[in-house]
Unconditional design. Sequence first.
Length: 210
Amino acid sequence: MTPDVQAFRDPATDAVSYLVADPATGAAVIIDPVLNFDPVRGMVSHRAADEIEAAVSARGLSVKWILETHAHADHLTAADHLRKHTGAPVATGALVTGIQKRFAATLYRSIRRILELPPQTRVFTCHAYPAEGRTASLWETTVEDQAAHNIHIHRGIDEATFVVQRQARDKTLPPPGLIWPALQVNIRAGALPPATAGGRVYFRIPIHIH
């Protein structure tokens, strides 16, 4: 069975969500849905989730699961919103949760497992950040293309080299712009923080005074 994969890119965050369906049965899963959030106006909307729901309805699909690849730090998840609308349960991969705790070395081993798959295997990323010198966003590739051309982990890169390079690179990267609201929503599988007695919802942002 070859699944049908439909991608939905959120231009504000360059996050990519997926609707993956079995053409024979119409069973489907939604992967990494985005909850639209405007931090300046403090406004949440369901524009991206509505687009996925419209595709589900138009194709007559039945959503069985809503999958989160990890607790995202660059966007808020619409998993809870879609759970309420579809009745599908929400799940996060245990392997990816482990990667976030130990990161570089475990990440290397996890990617190597993927690169051991047949070379024509399709790979879909959940982020579409353009590479340096490229303006187009890409989110589908193959095992062979990554093994040959991925600058971080192509053939010939061993674990020790990867870990050193990854840790050095991570030290140069600023935190994602939505990290604080994203974590407060995403650790709740998409549910917003509890409202105050007055019915308002707030995000907490730690302040560091130097």
